[in-house]
Write a protein that binds this ligand. Structure first.
Ligand code: ADP
Ligand code: MG
Length: 208
């Protein structure tokens, strides 16, 4: 069956905030999530950053907030960071960059997933920065990342661009730093099949 919601929003799955088990992830301040659920951040054109190791629910919470936006008739779009940068580059070479930008600018909420799994080259980093600058105070952006902020210059391979991106993203933002175990691995860990502690993957000194 054609999934129209998925087609229009790019959501990788249909998950709601109510489906999230907060008792499994005690490092999350539930008050912050409740505040985000009011969507005030979207009306104020503020941003949200989810940081944490794999499997802790970053994408789930981002999609959950996106779902709340859809319910209010907001324009929401979800995209993986690598796909996003590839599209920006392609449009740049095909001279349709302005058109691409208009699409992203018109969104109430742009969710950029998995920033930092792979580094961006200098061209990709510049185009990414341009997008973030365009969205600054014009519309909300949610970013999920497995890298703490002091590692972001490794993502952009350029400290000046990393600082400029962070400056705009963080100016009006809520940061949810999740330090916990992977939900994906919980069953396997319970049964003793896996003993890997993924909570150590993110920098312990990440600021909240
Ligand atoms: P991340 O983006 O941090 O790698 P995901 O959000 O993709 O993690 O979560 C992995 C899977 O586990 C998803 O299917 C998600 O719905 C589920 N999940 C993660 N954390 C929870 C939780 N606390 N309660 C319920 N489901 C969760
Ligand atoms: Mg994810």
């Amino acid at each position: 069956m054609l999934d129209l919601l998925q087609l229009y929003t790019g959501f990788p799955f249909h998950k709601h905030l109510d489906d999230f088990d907060f008792t499994f992830q005690p490092s999350i301040d539930v008050k912050k999530i409740k505040e985000l659920k009011t969507l005030r951040f979207m009306y104020e054109k503020e941003n949200v950053i989810f940081l944490g190791p794999p499997g802790v629910g970053k994408t789930h919470l981002a999609v959950g907030l996106g779902m709340e936006g859809i319910k209010e008739g907001k324009k929401v779009y979800f995209i993986n960071s690598i796909t996003l940068v590839d599209k920006l580059k392609k449009s740049f070479y095909e001279r349709s960059f302005e058109k691409q930008m208009r699409f992203y600018k018109a969104l109430d909420l742009l969710i950029i997933d998995e920033l930092g799994y792979l580094p961006l080259d200098s061209e990709g980093a510049k185009l990414f920065f341009e997008l973030i600058s365009e969205k600054y105070e014009q519309g909300s952006v949610i970013v999920t990342s497995n890298r703490s902020f002091n590692e972001w210059n490794k993502i952009f391979e350029d400290e000046v661009i990393a600082t400029a991106v962070l400056d705009r993203l963080l100016h009006h933002s809520t940061i949810i730093n999740i330090r916990g175990k992977s939900y994906r691995l919980r069953e396997k860990q319970k049964s003793g099949m896996i003993r890997l502690d993924t909570s150590k993957i993110i920098d312990e000194n990440a600021q909240n």
